[in-house]
Each structure stands twice: as structure tokens, then as C-alpha cells.
Design a protein around this ligand. Structure first.
Ligand code: SF4
Length: 340
């Protein structure tokens, strides 16, 4: 029996491109392309990448809010991708999502208390109206809002408070696993850290497990035990958080990290500016998908697609500069000056 809460293997989500009167499929947008990772109970995996890299699609495919094209998602050892609607309804209690924009996911015509009560009653989590009311007040207090907030409507709250309501909604069904999809991106920096600290506290209090999606490495640093970096639908690097921040191996991660402000400006390394736009996931570059923008690219990078290879410290990367990323049977030549 595996000790992982979540296991994702070779997950793919391709969106067909249709053209013409007969809507013929002429290609695919490969939003998530062969994603594999695991998350242990009580752990936070940060999933980071530029917008359009497939991280949100990955999170929604895992929860089956959109159907994956292929691959396997196991939650507590049970295959999620083949569950029927009754099994999925039960699973929805275990796996929740917090959205980037809480306002658009809250019904403006229902009070916060009404919305939370509906969920509690739907899942039959409390027997009487008084118990439901008590639970609503408890949930609001858990996320740092006053019990009286139950009588107010979503538009009466600030952005940070609305995100707290989104968190209360996710917690209302007592889940084990939460996908936090850019939960702080729309908030001011000062509010961001309050929400991240709240999520950390709740993790300890309720033993929660998170997949924490963000486009910025600085946001996930203080909440993640491990971090995975995505580029064009693939994981290009995954490692324990401390190791990734102190010893990034992939040139894309190095570039993302160089943009993160350092508390001590004297220790800040030079900013790496990536040139060119992110290629279309409908027309992926040959070889290493990062090669058209990579400052360390060499001739073989446009020919050989690197594998996500793990070194003996548990740090995995997908770059031909590292021997563990070389596909079996391939030979490449890297000149000295090009080596990391
Ligand atoms: Fe850059 Fe080549 Fe490594 Fe890809 S394989 S990240 S192009 S050095």
C-alpha cells in the first residue's frame, strides 16, 4: 500500500482544434502533457509556471472538473478517472478547490451563511438547523471572520475576506485534499501573506494536503514542502522546496528565480531575461520544448527531448545538461562553456 495521498501518472489533457464546416479535428492544444507526481498526506506541493503552462488545467483534471484525456489519478489508492457519478459525489467531499477569483465563484444573491448552510445540508453534515447554524459560525471564525458575517452578501466583503469565505466553503465539507488555484494572485501583497499564513495554520489544524498553484516562485516558497515547475504542459523540475530555491538545476527555474526579490540585495544574482514568447502548446518545439528561449541551449537541444530524471538527492530535472535527463540510448555533445 502506497503512503501517498495523491498519485498522478502520465496525466494528459489535450483540447482538440476544430476547423471547417464539419468541425474536423486538425490538431490538439497539449495543455497537460504527461504529468506525473505524488503528494503525501499533510504535504504541500507548489505547482509553478507562467500563465498558459497548463497548471490550472492540471489541477482541474485531477479533480475531474474537466475530464482528462488519459493517464491515472489515484486518491488514497483509488482510481479517480474511472469513477462513476455516485463515487465522484462522495469524492467531492474529500477533494476541494479554492479559486483565484472568489467573487466570481460566490453567488451574489445568497448570504455567506446561506451558501455555507446549503453545502452542509446537501452533504448531511449536521442534523438540525441549530447545528448547521453553529457550524457556519464556527467555519467563519476558523477562517478569521466574525460570526455575524453569515448575514452579509459577497459584495460586502473585501478581496481578502472573500478569499477567506472561499476557504471556509472548501473546509465546510471537511476535505483531506485542497487544490488552491492561484488563491492569492488577485490580492495585495500584504493580504497575500495573511491568506498564505491562514492556509498554513489550517493545514496543521486539520491535517490538510495541498496542491498550491501559482505563477510566481516567491508565492509558493513559504508554504510548499516540495515545488514542481511546469513549462508547456510538462514538469521541468521538481524537488524539495529548500533544495530547489538554493540549487535550481533547470535554466527555466533559474530564470524564474532570478526574478524573485531577495531580502538581501547584495546576495541577489543577476536577473536572467528570457527572450521570445512562450511557444504555442498546439505546436510544440522539437527536442527540449524550452530550447527556443533557453539561454544555455546547445545544438542537441532542438533534437533530443529530455526526460524528467532524478538525481541521488531526490531532485528531478528535465534538462540535457544533467546526465539523469538523457533518454536511454541517446548521445549528446555539450561544450564546456555551455555546461551549467
Ligand atoms: Fe536548455 Fe537544452 Fe537544458 Fe533544454 S535541454 S533546458 S534547451 S540546456
Amino acid at each position: 500500500m502506497s503512503d501517498n495521498l495523491l498519485e498522478v501518472h502520465n496525466l494528459k489533457k489535450f483540447f482538440p482544434i476544430k476547423r471547417g464546416l464539419l468541425s474536423k479535428t486538425v490538431g490538439y492544444v497539449k495543455a497537460v502533457n504527461d504529468l506525473s507526481f505524488t503528494i503525501k498526506p499533510g504535504e504541500t506541493l507548489g505547482l509553478v509556471g507562467e500563465s498558459g503552462c497548463g497548471k490550472t488545467t492540471a489541477g482541474r483534471s485531477i479533480l475531474r472538473l474537466i475530464e482528462p484525456t488519459s493517464g491515472s489519478v489515484k486518491f488514497e489508492g483509488k482510481e479517480v478517472t474511472t469513477m462513476n457519478s455516485t463515487q465522484m459525489r462522495h469524492l467531492r467531499r474529500e477533494m476541494q478547490i479554492i479559486f483565484q477569483d472568489p467573487y466570481s465563484s460566490l453567488n451574489p444573491r445568497i448570504t455567506v451563511g446561506g451558501m455555507l448552510s446549503e453545502i452542509i445540508k446537501f452533504h448531511k453534515l449536521r442534523a438540525t438547523d441549530a447545528e448547521v447554524r453553529d457550524r457556519v459560525e464556527e467555519l467563519l471564525e476558523i477562517v478569521g471572520l466574525r460570526a455575524e458575517s453569515a448575514r452579509r452578501y459577497p459584495h460586502e466583503f473585501s478581496g481578502g475576506q472573500r478569499q477567506r469565505i472561499g476557504i471556509a466553503r472548501a473546509l465546510s465539507v471537511e476535505p483531506k485534499f485542497i487544490v488552491s488555484d492561484e488563491p492569492v494572485s488577485a490580492l495585495d501583497v500584504s493580504i497575500q501573506s495573511q491568506v498564505i499564513n491562514l492556509l498554513k495554520d489550517l493545514q496543521v489544524q486539520f491535517g490538510l494536503t495541498y496542491l498550491f498553484i501559482a505563477h510566481d516562485l516567491s508565492v509558493v516558497e513559504h508554504i510548499s514542502h516540495r515545488v514542481a515547475v511546469m513549462y508547456l504542459g510538462e514538469i521541468v523540475e521538481i524537488s524539495p522546496a529548500k533544495e530547489l530555491y538554493s540549487n535550481p538545476k533547470h535554466p527555466y527555474t533559474q530564470a524564474l528565480l532570478s526574478a524573485v526579490p531577495h531580502p538581501d540585495p547584495r546576495k541577489k544574482s543577476e536577473r536572467i531575461i528570457l527572450t521570445g514568447d512562450v511557444p504555442s502548446p498546439a505546436n510544440l518545439p522539437t527536442g527540449c520544448h524550452f530550447h527556443p528561449r533557453c539561454p544555455k541551449a546547445f545544438a542537441d537541444c532542438s533534437r533530443v527531448h529530455p526526460v524528467l530524471g532524478k538525481d541521488n538527492t531526490g531532485h528531478s530535472t528535465r534538462c540535457l545538461l544533467w546526465p539523469e535527463s538523457l533518454p536511454a540510448g541517446e548521445k549528446i555533445t555539450v561544450t564546456e562553456t555551455e555546461t551549467a
